[in-house]
Design a binder for this molecule. Structure first.
Ligand SMILES: NC(=O)c1ccc[n+]([C@@H]2O[C@H](COP(=O)([O-])OP(=O)(O)OC[C@H]3O[C@@H](n4cnc5c(N)ncnc54)[C@H](OP(=O)(O)O)[C@@H]3O)[C@@H](O)[C@H]2O)c1
Length: 214
């Protein structure tokens, strides 16, 4: 199965790095075009190619590794998904300018982390993201761990647990196989409506929980 990554920042580059370590091919894209990714692809080796957003988005499995605030504009502009898989790696948070009022707002419990929660009026973020990729089969994964730990699937004699959730069993099986091939220990949290909020930052009970299967 072909893999595309939209976003080459902290999450996209980190996932690409783990794919490369395991010899798994992928195409990665960002807002600035393939030339801007020359250094990254040179570092990662021949399994990771730089592409346009359209090229990355045409893969069988496409990881959305973009900020929540960019998700609607980026994903809604893409061609029909026709049942291909979108992995929702996003969390509904806004990244704050350290000099902004929000970053110093004492009522923001996340200010110390440089983020603030985005109010989705009670909706689950994966349901909202699914509406941007109509016709895709959405699986939520790769969103609940900081990239610094995500970079090491195998640690302390065990495998790092990666949660995933989704409504399409076949899509989940494909994503599970990918997670396993990358060296993580996949744990199915059920449907998007149940598992999504559980593992989603900032307030999910399993968000940022770093378990190791020994
Ligand atoms: N950072 C973490 O530890 C972490 C962990 C798990 C999940 N997440 C989630 O992952 C998502 C990305 O976070 P991040 O920390 O990786 O953010 P980031 O470092 O800011 O990277 C965002 C990426 O999105 C790309 N992008 C923005 N607009 C685009 C467009 N129009 N077309 C194509 N690409 C576009 C940017 O392209 P340019 O490089 O060209 O600017 C950049 O590569 C967020 O939803 C975040 O909540 C983050």
């Amino acid at each position: 199965m072909s893999i595309g990554i939209i976003g080459s920042g902290a999450l996209g580059a980190s996932v690409a790095r783990v794919l490369a370590k395991n010899g798994i091919s992928a195409t990665i894209a960002n807002s600035r075009g393939p030339a801007s990714l020359a250094g990254l692809v040179e570092e990662l080796g021949s399994s990771i190619k730089a592409g346009t957003v359209a090229e990355a988005a045409s893969a069988d499995i496409v990881l959305a590794a973009i900020r929540w605030t960019d998700a609607e504009a980026v994903l809604s502009a893409l061609p029909a998904w026709n049942g291909r898989i979108v992995i929702d790696g996003t969390n509904p948070v806004a990244f704050l300018d350290p000099n902004s009022d929000d970053a110093n707002d004492p009522s923001n419990p996340l200010a110390a982390y440089g983020i603030k929660a985005i109010d989705l009026a009670g909706k689950d973020s994966s349901a909202v993201l699914s509406s941007y990729v109509a016709g895709a089969r959405v699986v939520k994964a790769f969103n609940h761990l900081d990239v610094n730990v995500l970079a090491e699937p195998q640690v302390a004699g065990g495998k790092r647990v990666l949660f995933y959730s989704g409504d399409d069993l076949a899509a989940k099986a494909d994503v599970r196989a990918l997670i396993e091939a990358m060296g993580f220990y996949p744990v199915d949290l059920g449907s998007l409506a149940v598992g999504g909020p559980l593992a989603s930052l900032p307030f999910g009970a399993l968000a940022a929980q770093n378990f190791i299967k020994v």
